[in-house]
Each structure stands twice: as structure tokens, then as C-alpha cells.
Design a protein around this ligand. Structure first.
Ligand SMILES: NC(=O)c1ccc[n+]([C@@H]2O[C@H](COP(=O)([O-])OP(=O)(O)OC[C@H]3O[C@@H](n4cnc5c(N)ncnc54)[C@H](O)[C@@H]3O)[C@@H](O)[C@H]2O)c1
Length: 434
């Protein structure tokens, strides 16, 4: 960057949340420095390339060329910058407990470069107390400075909805909670440069808790329709028609849709951040646990429906060729983290099926921590002979770019978890809703 365009804001963690946020600040005219420990992302960004499918390379290139956006792995660069926003992962560990190690590691990388007056904001979804207790402790011990006195500290949850054209980072109202009123004021001033509507709340903990409420609300409501899908299904009533009917009520109802289980970085994970924290206060989180139980049982339900469908053709699951359509956890994205498709594929394999997947957004499965056995597996190609070669196709994610009429014509049997075949001409008895 040229001298006259020294960075004005640093964003740490250039993933699904940090990259769009960086672009939004850059588009608003600020000079943004992105920091990530992944040198591939840093290189790609500096070359104006995208590594997230729904973010076009041109959008990045335009800001890089205009010298409003650059990336680095060098945390010492923070020394020259005012605010630092942290957007790093907050997964669960193998015991399904919060893993805030990425947040704490980031804090310890930032701490030596903290200067008086600086603002640090956490955006990663987490349990109440992470910002003003855990992160604060790391920042204070590594810098010798005091939050609220020497530097500002805040929490502002991301409300990113990848690939949703209606969800624009700058337009979605943003919650902000500060460690002190002065911290809040500073954070609101910084975000106000790029975000249209800011919603200040009284503390970091309220902002952390509000984000969890938003995600728990989704998890519980999805579990509810998943359970009703099975109950109504056994009564011969179509849940999707029921939801469309209920949706006509202009108040007091919000439509949620059933599916093959939960996926993504948020809904299957975040509620358990609260479950873990609640134990400290001797509180149980029964709604969260029950919703988790129902949602994680959905892949079993899908495989059960598949086995009924195959059975009707006098075929066992063992030895059948089954295609899972859609590996990404939601339509039109390339993000397959925590996707229920993996669970379905694993259950099918355990039962002796030969499994393939088709996903134009995920042509190859990269190595992942959770599903290493699928690394290197490629999506089958979309052609008549390939699709006809499978005994059954499970629609797990209904990408818009798939030709469902071709699927109806080519597939021998379709297990539809998304109601994707509802308006497609298809031979009677070929589609099994699941
Ligand atoms: N993806 C979403 O739609 C979404 C929506 C709302 C909130 N969130 C929350 O936002 C946070 C980030 O999620 P994401 O989807 O952007 O994750 P991501 O995995 O896409 O991106 C995280 C980035 O952080 C980098 N990183 C990890 N440790 C680092 C460190 N110590 N220093 C610098 N960079 C580091 C990784 O290399 C990666 O590029 C999570 O807490 C998530 O729950 C995500």
C-alpha cells in the first residue's frame, strides 16, 4: 500500500464472514488490511482472486486495484492500525464442547501490537462472557494494557447469510455491545462508516446472547418441522403443503422447512456453546438438546426412506448404487462444512451401498478434519448415463442450477428431502418424500 493509503482497519480471519466484511469496509472507502494465518488466502486476495464461490473475483480485484484492500499474515502490521475486527472460527471440539482456541490464539497474536486507544471487536459466534472474560484476559496479559481504560473492546455478531442476495453486509442491521459505554461508542463510530443500521446493546454479553438466540431459534424451529414431517407423513399429509397453508397467516407464524438434517458452521454448532456455558450456572438447555437430537436423527430417517424406496423395487441397500445430490449444506453455495450429506453417505456406506455424490459447487472433496475418508472424492458428471447408472438419487440440497426435469427423466428412483420435485413432471411412484 502507498504511504497515503495506510490501512485504517484490520480484519482478522478472511473466511465466509471476514472477506465480505472487508469488502464492505473497502467499498465504503476505508483502507482495509486483512489478516489470516492461511497464506493461500492472503496470496489469492492480493492477486484479486476469490476463494469463495459466491464472492466474485472482480469484487475483490476492484478493491485491491483501488488500493483499499490488501492482505497479510504479518500481525505486526496491526501496530499502525486503529480498529481490529476478529472473524475467526468457533467450532466444537471432539467432545462437542466450545473450542475458542482460534479466538484466543488471535488475541495473543494481536496483544503484543496493541496500542493505547485501539479498538478490538470480536465477531465470531460464541457464549456470553467470551469477549469480556476470555479474550480480554489474553489481550490484557499480552499487552500490559487494560480494556476499557487503555484500549476499547466490543462484540458485534456477524449476520452473514451466504449466497442470499437479499442479505447485503452493509444493509443488515448490526448489533454492537461494548465492554464500557466508551467502548460501545467507539465501535458504533467505526462500524457506522460501513454499516447502515447499528443496534447498540448494553454489553458484550447481551450481543453474544442475542446471536445465540437467533441461531437457537432456527435450530428449534427446524427441529419442529422435521418432527412434524414424520408425524404428518405417517398420516399421509404432506408437510410442505401444510407449511404453505400455515404461511398465509399474516401474523404469529414464520415458515421453516424440513430437510435431511442441519449443516453449516452455525446452526448445528452454536446452540451447544450455550449448553456448555449454562452448565456452569447449573441450568439445563432442554429445548436445545431436544432440537439437536431431532435434527441429528434426520439422516437416519432419510436412509430409512431410501431403503423403503429400494425395497419397493425389490432391492436391498446393500449393493445398491446411490447418488447423493447436493453436498453443500444449503443451496447455491460451495460450503459443505457439517453437511448432513456426509452423514447420509456414511450411513449408506455402513449399510453396504455404493455411494456417489453430485454437486456442481463442490467438484472435489478437499481434506477435512471431520470427514477425512471422503477427501479426493469427485462429483459424478451430470449426464444421462451417469445418473441412470444409480439405483436411487437422494436430493439432499436443492441447488438452483440442477435440471430437475432431467433428473425426473433419468433417475430410476428419487428420495426428495427438499420438495425439489414438487413442480416437476415425473412418473408416478418415482419420488419418495423424506
Ligand atoms: N459462515 C457464516 O455464514 C457465519 C455467519 C454468522 C457468523 N459466523 C461466525 O463467524 C465466525 C467465522 O466463521 P467463518 O464462516 O467466516 O469461518 P471460516 O473458516 O470461513 O473463516 C475463518 C478464517 O479465519 C482464519 N483463521 C483461523 N485462525 C486464525 C488466526 N489465529 N489468525 C488469523 N486468521 C485465522 C482461517 O484461516 C479462515 O480463513 C465463526 O464464529 C462463525 O460461527 C459465520
Amino acid at each position: 500500500m502507498k504511504k497515503e493509503s495506510l490501512p485504517e482497519i484490520a480484519i482478522v480471519g478472511l473466511g465466509y464472514v471476514g472477506l465480505p466484511l472487508s469488502l464492505q469496509f473497502a467499498r465504503s472507502g476505508l483502507h482495509v488490511l486483512g489478516l489470516d494465518i492461511d497464506p493461500d488466502k492472503v496470496r489469492a486476495l492480493n492477486n484479486g482472486c476469490s476463494y469463495i464461490k459466491h464472492i466474485p473475483a472482480e469484487a475483490i480485484a476492484e478493491q485491491v486495484k483501488g488500493r483499499r484492500l490488501a492482505a497479510t499474515t504479518d500481525f505486526a502490521r496491526i501496530r499502525d492500525i486503529g480498529p481490529v475486527i476478529i472473524c475467526v472460527p468457533t467450532p466444537l471440539n471432539k467432545n462437542r464442547e466450545p473450542d475458542i482456541s482460534f479466538v484466543l490464539e488471535t488475541g495473543s497474536l494481536i496483544a503484543p501490537h496493541l496500542r493505547p486507544g485501539m479498538l478490538v471487536v470480536l465477531e465470531s459466534t460464541t457464549y456470553p462472557g467470551t469477549t469480556d472474560q476470555d479474550l480480554r484476559a489474553v489481550l490484557e496479559s499480552g499487552s500490559g494494557l487494560k480494556a476499557g481504560e487503555d484500549f476499547h473492546l466490543a462484540f458485534s455478531p456477524e449476520r452473514e447469510d451466504p449466497a442470499n442476495p437479499a442479505s447485503k453486509v452493509g444493509e443488515v442491521p448490526k448489533l454492537v455491545g461494548g465492554f464500557t459505554p466508551a467502548c460501545l461508542e467507539k465501535a458504533v463510530r467505526v462500524y457506522g462508516k460501513a454499516i447502515k443500521t447499528l443496534v447498540p446493546v448494553s454489553s458484550c454479553r447481551v450481543a453474544e446472547a442475542a446471536k445465540l438466540l437467533e441461531n437457537i431459534f432456527r435450530s428449534v424451529n427446524i427441529a419442529l418441522v422435521n418432527e412434524l414431517k414424520i408425524i404428518y407423513g405417517s398420516m399421509g399429509i404432506d408437510i410442505w403443503e401444510v407449511i404453505e397453508a400455515a404461511k398465509t397467516k399474516p401474523f404469529g407464524f414464520m415458515a421453516f422447512y424440513p430437510g435431511p438434517g442441519l449443516g453449516g458452521h452455525c446452526i448445528p454448532i452454536d446452540p451447544f456453546y450455550l449448553t456448555w456455558k449454562a452448565r456452569e450456572f447449573e441450568c439445563s438447555t432442554r429445548f436445545i438438546e431436544l432440537a439437536g437430537e431431532i435434527n441429528t436423527s434426520m439422516p437416519f430417517h432419510v436412509v430409512e426412506r431410501l431403503s423403503e424406496a429400494l425395497n419397493s423395487m425389490r432391492k436391498p441397500v446393500n449393493g445398491s448404487r446411490v447418488l447423493v445430490l447436493g453436498l453443500a449444506y444449503k443451496p447455491n453455495v460451495d460450503d459443505e462444512r457439517q453437511s448432513p450429506s456426509y452423514r447420509i453417505m456414511e450411513l449408506l456406506k455402513e449399510r453396504g451401498a455404493e455411494v456417489g455424490y453430485y454437486d456442481p459447487h463442490v467438484p472435489l472433496i478437499r481434506p477435512t478434519r471431520d470427514h477425512p475418508q471422503w477427501a479426493g472424492t469427485k462429483s459424478v458428471s451430470w449426464d444421462r448415463s451417469a445418473i441412470e447408472g444409480f439405483d436411487a438419487v437422494i436430493i439432499a440440497t436443492a441447488h438452483a442450477c440442477v435440471d430437475y426435469q432431467q433428473l425426473a427423466d433419468w433417475a430410476r428412483c428419487i428420495v426428495d428431502t427438499r420438495n425439489a420435485m414438487a413442480s416437476v413432471r415425473v412418473a408416478a411412484g418415482k419420488v419418495w418424500k423424506a
